[in-house]
Design a protein around this ligand. Sequence first.
Ligand code: GDP
Ligand code: MG
Length: 181
Amino acid sequence: MEEEQVGEEYLFKIVVIGDSAVGKSNLLSRFARDEFDHNSKATIGVEFQTQVVEVDGKEIKAQVWDTAGQERFRAVTSAYYRGAVGALVVYDISRNTTFVNIKRWLDELNTHCDTTVARMLVGNKCDLENIRDVSVEEGKNLAEEEGLFFIETSALDSTNVKTAFEIVIREIYKNVSRKVL
Ligand code: GDP
Ligand code: MG
């Protein structure tokens, strides 16, 4: 065993799931490049983006995966989930159906990943307060029932996007450190 820990590296695979057009790709581009894309290009996208985040002085590479439109055909493959240690499960606060479908996404996540995956329920588009269709309370309650973290975000105006990813990354890091000890 090497005693030196200098080269220690962490790479965490995080998946972003949820119905089409809830803002998954924009959450990712806001997190990784601080960009917002006003045109929805559901089928075009990169597989994943890597972003370095520092936790407790450790450099952590978050490899965040985007469904890149597969979800429209309910064809998110098992390869997409393979090796994931974190998940953002996203709905759109202005469209209740996307919130109702969260249960289905959690079922799918559970069939592919074990329960140790760090999960965050994300109510995106919180800038659309005037057409809100899912209350903050409903989001919180579901998260509590299902044992998820909960946050509302806006990829459009940047609200809580970084925080959402950072909470998940910190939780994964905690799980990993626990295993090592
Ligand atoms: P995806 O299909 O889940 O990847 O969703 P996209 O990221 O492609 O976004 C779908 C649509 O919602 C696009 O027209 C985006 O511009 C819009 N959108 C995404 N995030 C937000 C947000 O936080 N606020 C608002 N108002 N629109 C958003
Ligand atoms: Mg997309």
